[in-house]
Design a binder for this molecule. Sequence first.
Ligand code: ZN
Length: 243
Amino acid sequence: MRYAILADIHSNLVAFKAVLHDLEKRGGFDKIWCLGDVVGYGPEPGACIELLKQLNYICIAGNHDRAIVGLIDILDFNEDAAQANQWTAEQLTEEQKEYLKSLPLKHIEGDFSMFHGSPREPVWEYLLSTSLAKANLEYFDTPFCLVGHSHVPLVFKYTNDNINLNRLDDGTTIPIGEHRLIINPGSVGQPRNFDPRASYALYDSDAEIIYHHRVAYDVEATKEKMREANLPEFLIERLSHGI
Ligand code: ZN
């Protein structure tokens, strides 16, 4: 089986479609594991939800998905994010909002546990340091864990009581073996590690390898749609810089 591991699509339909196209070029996929934040920030929230629902997938809830439907307080976000969340809520149909409300906070499939933020705190915690990763090891039982939220592609590897942190670059391969791993595929729709290309991972369970990929997409097209929607300028500009 081939699993496309996608996180933080953030209403960026152009980037989402570019990633799906890249997956097709690489031989396709059987199922999407979506790690939350399908919406928020970007210009096409409803279309991203509908496209995802057409595919074979599972999806967990991110903090933006939950804020937009009132499950967490919009005031917990900075001003730009809160404004985008408010705008997003106005774009969605009742059915789409019910859909976001129905998303679970975690999903376990085979050897993988999936959370948006972290196993310990699925909604808010950013897993960006080895000490935080270590503290989270006891909060999932499977060998491997997938997270999103920070938008930074990286892998934590647990060996001999130690945790190593490695950033993922385009083309990095991660062998799935005896060591416990926590992997973040990076963000499809709002990459933040100074690379504006969409970021995702692909797990081939027969080969026992996870591949990390970056995909250039038409950033200007997304920015133009955001301008038309009057979304905050900072959120528009950051897409060009991957910040
Ligand atoms: Zn996010």
